[in-house]
Design a protein around this ligand. Structure first.
Ligand code: SAM
Length: 312
């Protein structure tokens, strides 16, 4: 459906849990335990997804927190993939449990995967995430490719002084494996804003580190580039330096069941407990309240929660 700024809203990011096993400093405030007390049930999530599809959503991305921590994630995906009118069911994961779950996710009807991976160096990975398990993530990516997941996207958050030296290696890693490597500008979100402000790196740094990249169109909010003769593509997602709100087609539902019209909206529309027509009307109202744009480029932090709470 169209929002009041004539944007077609057809993409829902649905957070299936607020729990996560990683401690990435841009997402989890230091010392915080990431546990979610009141998960939405599989039935509640399915009802939200069906209602969103009735309101014009064609693509759903399951996210969190870490979606693969849900014990019923495979059944959840199986049910959602069958919703009439839903064209794509995608999932974003840290990849730690992907090796074990990739075959079942594929059979359940998940069409696309994004894997978050900010570094290819084991020690750095441990420092950033709190886990010594880069090997598991790499194994998970391989397992997913063996199952036929095509064009997996690697999400790399760009961090000045932390992983900027790895830009060429990450691009080469993706190129060798036909993965799309997407560099995302660090956003100052909620209580992690100070980290983001001190490590922000504009995505332009990718083009400087790899001047051979050539423009190759767009994919949603990502500007695409390719290496001459290379198999993988490189995407730049620039919420700060090149605001893309005019092209935004998404809404979010956080792990508590509140619809967030924009990632940076502090208020939202509570959907938990609503059913049928009432639920659809509330989703439509949420879409109509989507703001024209966020104010991050003006230096403001517009969010009180962090990404794992909202659903990245
Ligand atoms: N656990 C899953 C994962 O690791 O992909 C899904 C949730 S995670 C919050 C989704 C994405 O949000 C990840 O790619 C993560 O890197 C990104 N993210 C989290 N906080 C961010 C921030 N402050 N700025 C930019 N990206 C962020």
């Amino acid at each position: 459906m169209l929002d009041r700024y004539e944007r077609e809203i057809d993409y829902l990011r649905l957070s299936v849990t607020g729990s996560c096993d990683c401690r990435c400093p841009y997402c989890v405030p230091r010392g915080e335990t990431v546990r979610c007390s009141s998960l939405l049930s599989a039935d509640e999530l399915a009802e939200l997804a069906r209602a969103a599809v009735s309101c014009g959503v064609r693509k759903i991305r399951l996210t969190g927190g870490e979606p693969l921590l849900r014990e019923d994630i495979v059944e959840l995906c199986r049910g959602m993939a069958l919703i009439p009118g839903l064209e794509e069911l995608c999932l974003t994961t840290n990849g730690i449990h992907l090796g074990r779950l990739a075959p079942e996710l594929k059979r359940a009807g998940v069409s696309r995967l994004n894997v978050s991976l900010d570094t290819l160096l084991p020690e750095r990975f441990q420092r950033l995430t709190g886990h010594d398990c880069l090997g598991e993530v790499l194994h998970g990516i391989e397992a997913a490719q063996r199952q036929g997941f095509d064009r997996i996207k690697l999400n790399v958050v760009l961090m000045a002084g932390i992983n900027e030296d790895e830009i060429p290696n990450l691009i080469a890693f993706g190129g060798k494996r036909a993965l799309d490597v997407r560099f995302i500008e660090l956003m100052p979100i909620g209580p992690c804003a100070a980290f983001a402000q001190s490590h922000y790196l504009p995505a332009e740094a990718v083009l400087e580190a790899c001047p051979e990249l050539r423009p190759a169109g767009r994919d949603g909010v990502a500007q695409l580039y390719a290496l001459p003769g290379g198999a993988g593509r490189v995407g730049l997602i620039r919420p700060i330096s090149h605001k893309f709100c005019a092209q935004c087609s998404r809404i979010r539902i956080d792990s508590g069941g509140t619809l967030r019209p924009c990632l940076h909206s502090t208020d939202g529309v509570p959907l938990r407990g609503l059913r049928g027509r009432e639920l659809e009307d509330a989703i439509r109202a949420g879409i109509q309240s989507k703001p024209r744009g966020h104010a991050l480029s003006a230096g403001a932090v517009c969010q009180t929660q962090t990404m794992y709470q909202i659903g990245g």
